[in-house]
Ligand binder design. Structure first.
Ligand SMILES: Cc1cc2nc3c(=O)[nH]c(=O)nc-3n(C[C@H](O)[C@H](O)[C@H](O)COP(=O)(O)OP(=O)(O)OC[C@H]3O[C@@H](n4cnc5c(N)ncnc54)[C@H](O)[C@@H]3O)c2cc1C
Length: 446
């Protein structure tokens, strides 16, 4: 009888990288996690993905699917199992110039997308970093510099091609397998491997982008004024408050408001950004007109041993004041973690709640804390972090799957309210009854 591995070697046309191979040392790692998988598979086409999935299923091995490899929880690798690394499925092609439809391989990064779209004056609402994968970011959200104007990355998906746990290729859109289309827009990689996405891009000009800084002593007033202004500001303005950043200085470091104005008219931009400048005494202002693609950061791979531990939650309008008051107090303490607050209203909030599996449409703000450093430093900082989240707990809800370093049942319950989870589990039972795709914020089939 032919073994699963023999069948793989016969059917798989991409690279198979195993311990001992020259490339193994780099292939076993994802960006933020190390592992010792038994086989790293780099498919070159959809048939290879089918062969890889069938191999993992029939060999009974743990399967990691790696898009851009940026998962904070380290989903992109494992010990002893299979990694299907999609980095060779990274074609980005404009398929309909009039409707701005773009087909993007499931292993492409946002930098690759921006490089193809920018010469055509097009962009897709994504994240803030070039090296992040289209796959991971989109399947659970996608919050970037155009989020208030064009919504989450997943709001701009019009179709996908997906390989299910049984190795079948399934078309997904509002017309074909609509329930699966609902599920992959928020439910992560639980249902199969997306080998290609179709997005609708939008025209973009250069954008006004930069940071406005205020003295630490004005943090509380600036943050409150910022949130009040964002509530009614035009959607063209997306903004992130850098509340605390121990790498930039202690409690006396300025508070920074990052702005991205989606347009190149200097007068309009000033009209929209100036109310932020009037929130306090501006001590720094580097807002300039630049190509949208240049606003995306390069994204560096940290050396092995450095951990990034983000945690996130959302705040609705009723609790914005309390949340910002707490954060302003926390920033004045000795060693807060990195704290950012993203504005997420605008277009995100206008999509009906049941249109996709993303569950936090009515939030005004997303609070994100990040611990970074070697293990001992991260562990030493955890008590302070727990105190902060303990204070925030009565005023925040939910969690953003893309900014979580763990995947406990509690995490999954924070990401998906019960009715969303129930609907996702029904889709899971249909497309992945054996839970082959489990290296994610897992929806269990039963
Ligand atoms: C430096 C940095 C900056 C970031 N900035 C932002 C930001 O601005 N906005 C934002 O919203 N998020 C941001 N994130 C979070 C990011 O969206 C998540 O880490 C996301 O999971 C990364 O996707 P990936 O494909 O690179 O990761 P991977 O580790 O490859 O994948 C993450 C998960 O998605 C699944 N997956 C990936 N591709 C596919 C596919 N094609 N088919 C099926 N499943 C797939 C994987 O199996 C895994 O479970 C950032 C992360 C980092 C590290």
């Amino acid at each position: 009888m032919t073994s699963a591995l023999e069948t793989l070697r016969r059917d798989f046309g991409g690279d198979i990288i195993e311990p001992g191979a020259a490339e193994y040392q780099s292939a076993r790692r994802s960006r933020l996690a190390s592992g010792t998988p038994a086989h790293v598979l780099r498919p070159k086409n959809v048939r290879d993905v089918q062969a890889g999935v069938r191999f993992a299923a029939s060999a009974g091995l743990v399967l990691s699917v790696r898009g851009g490899g940026h998962s904070f929880a380290g989903f992109g690798t494992n010990d002893g199992g299979v990694v299907i690394d999609l980095s060779k499925l990274a074609d980005v092609k404009i398929t309909d110039k009039e409707r701005h439809l773009v087909r993007i391989g499931g292993g492409a990064t946002w930098g690759q997308v921006a490089a193809v779209l920018a010469p055509h004056g097009l962009a897709i609402s994504s994240g803030d970093t070039k090296s992040v994968g289209v796959g991971g970011l989109t399947l659970t959200g996608g919050i970037g510099w155009k989020v208030r104007k064009y919504g989450l990355a997943l709001d701009n998906v019009t179709a996908a091609e997906l390989v299910t746990a049984s190795g079948q290729v399934v078309p997904v859109s509002a017309e074909e397998n609509p329930e699966l289309f609902w599920a992959i827009r928020g439910g992560g990689g639980n249902f199969g491997i997306v080998t290609a996405f179709e997005f609708v891009a939008h025209p973009t000009t250069d954008v006004f982008f930069g940071k406005i800084a205020f003295p630490a002593s004005q943090a509380a007033a600036v943050l409150q004024g910022w949130a009040d202004y964002l509530r009614t500001a035009p959607d063209e303005l997306t903004s992130v408050a850098e509340v605390a950043n121990p790498f930039a200085g202690g409690p006396q470091a300025p508070v920074g408001i990052h702005v991205a104005f989606d347009g190149d008219d200097p007068q309009l931009a000033a009209q929209v950004i100036d109310p932020i400048r009037r929130l306090g005494t501006v001590t720094g202002d580097d807002v300039t007109l630049e190509p949208y693609a240049d606003t995306l950061a390069d994204g560096t791979a940290p050396p092995p041993g450095i951990q990034f531990v983000p945690r996130s939650a959302f705040a609705g309008q009723e609790s914005v004041s309390e949340v910002l008051q707490i954060l302003a107090e926390v920033r004045a303490s000795q060693r807060p973690p990195v704290i950012t607050v993203r504005s997420v209203g605008g277009a995100v909030s206008r999509v009906p709640g049941d249109a996709t599996a993303y569950a936090h449409r009515q939030a005004e703000l997303m609070v994100v804390t990040t611990l970074a450093g070697p293990d001992p430093a991260v562990e030493a900082a955890r008590p302070v972090l727990d105190t902060i989240w303990g204070r925030l707990a009565p005023h925040v809800n939910g969690a953003y799957a893309n900014f979580l370093a763990s995947a406990t049942g509690k995490d999954v319950a924070a990401i998906y309210p019960a009715h969303t989870y129930k609907r996702l589990a029904a889709v899971k039972r249909r497309y992945d009854p054996g839970n082959l795709f489990a290296r994610n914020h897992n929806i269990r089939p039963q």
